[in-house]
Design a protein around this ligand. Sequence first.
Ligand SMILES: NC(=O)c1ccc[n+]([C@@H]2O[C@H](COP(=O)([O-])OP(=O)(O)OC[C@H]3O[C@@H](n4cnc5c(N)ncnc54)[C@H](O)[C@@H]3O)[C@@H](O)[C@H]2O)c1
Length: 442
Amino acid sequence: MAQQTARRIAPAQGKLGVLCVGLGAVSTTFIAGVENIRRGLAKPFGSLTQQGTIRLGKRTEGRAPLIREFVPLAGLDDLVFGAWDPVPDNGYAAARHAGVLDRHEHVEPIADFLRALEPMPAVFEQTYVKRLEGKNVKTGKTRRDLAESLRQDIRDFKARHGCDRLVMVWCASTEIFISPGPAHWTLEAFEKAMDANDPTVAPSMLYAYAAIQEGVPFVNGAPNLTCDFPAMEALAKSKGVAIGGKDFKTGQTLVKTVLAPMFKARMLGVAGWYSTNILGNRDGEVLDDPESFKTKEESKLGVLEYILQPQLYPELYGQMYHKVRINYYPPRGDNKEGWDNIDIFGWLGYPMQIKVDFLCRDSILAAPLVLDLALFFDLSQRAGLSGIQEWLSFYFKSPQVGPGLYPEHDLFIQQTKLKNTLRYLMGEEQITHLGIEYYQND
Ligand SMILES: NC(=O)c1ccc[n+]([C@@H]2O[C@H](COP(=O)([O-])OP(=O)(O)OC[C@H]3O[C@@H](n4cnc5c(N)ncnc54)[C@H](O)[C@@H]3O)[C@@H](O)[C@H]2O)c1
C-alpha cells in the first residue's frame, strides 16, 4: 500500500554519459565490465542496482521487485563512457596495464571498444600525487582556466555522444592530505583562490567545480577533500546538483563496518584492532607516499570511532588501540590481502581474538560500486535531490554528511537508509521492522 505521494522523477530517457576521472584499474574494470555484461559475456555480481531486490509492504504481501524495475534507472545499454587521465594510454592499454581482468576472457573480445576510449588531457600536478608522472596534461595560467577547460570537455563530450545526462565519478589517484582552510569556506573565497593558484585548491576540486557548474552530479571515490567543504556544498545546492563521497567502501573497511556493529550490539569490548594490507597495483604505489597515505588513513580510521562510540561506552571501547597500515608489495598486483587482528573481551573481561584474512581483488569489489553510484546519482538528479546524497553512504568509507551531522558507518543501517530512500522516492511505506502487527490484533 502506498503511504505517501511519490516524488516527481524525470524519466531515464536517452544516453547517460559516465565521465570517469582517472582511467586506471577501477575505471577500466568498471567500463570493460559493463561492456562484457552488455554483450552477455558476464554477470553483474556485486551490483545492487543490477541484482538487488527491495521488499515493499508487509512480509505477508510477498512484494520484492528488482530495484532496477522499482525505480527508473538508466539501462546499461544507455551508458557511454569518457575519462581523463594524465597517462595517455587508451582503455585497452590501461586495462592491460591494470591486469585485473583476464586478458583472453574479458579484454580481447572487447579490444576495439576499449581502444576507442582515449583519455582527455587531465588537470594534474605531481605535487598532489607524488608517485605519478603524466604527460597527457592540460596547461592553463590559473586554476580557474583549468576548470573552464574541464567545463568545455564536459560540454564537448555531451554533444559528441548525444548524451541526455552526465555523471562524473572520481576514480583517480588519492591526492595528498589537505585540511579545509579559508579557501574552502565560501564560493567567493574558492573562486578567488582558483584565480590566485592557491595550492589548497587541488586538481580534484577543479573537476568537482566544473561538474557542478555544468549541472553534472559528482561522486568522489577517493578520500580526497574534493567536494567535502562548505563552498562546494553551497555551489551544489545553488545549482541543484547531487554530490557525494568519499572513498569507495570495498575490502577491509567493508568487513570492519559489519564486524564492529556486531561487537557493539552484543556489548563485547574491543581492546585493539590491527589492520594491515599488502597490494601491488598503481594505487598501492601512490599510497606508498606518506602524504597520500595520510589521506587514506584518515578515511579508514574514523569508522570505528563512529560505530563503537567510545564516549558512550568508555569501559568497552575507551582504551581501544586502532592501527591501519597499507604496504606496497608489487607481486600481488590488484589482488590485495587485508589482515585484521581484533582483540576483544567479554563476560568478566576474558580476552578473545578474531583474525580475518581477506584475499580480495580491489577493483573487482570497486567496479560494481562505480556502476551503482553512477546510476543512483543520476536518479537523485532526476528526482531533484540536490547537494549531499547521504542516503548513498552505503558505498563510502568516509561518507559526506551535512553540517552538524555525524556519518553513519554501520553497513546495515546504511542499507536500510538506502532502501527506505528508494521507498520514499516511489511513495511506498517505510519499513521499520517493528513487526508487532503480525502478533497483536488489539
Ligand atoms: N577497492 C578499490 O579499488 C578502491 C577502494 C576505495 C578507493 N579507491 C580509490 O579509487 C582510486 C582509483 O583506484 P585505482 O586502483 O583505479 O588506481 P589506479 O592508480 O589504477 O588509477 C588511478 C588513475 O588516476 C589517474 N590520475 C591521477 N591523478 C589524476 C588527475 N588529476 N586527473 C585524472 N586522472 C588522474 C592515474 O594516472 C591513474 O591512471 C584511488 O584513489 C583509490 O584509492 C579504490
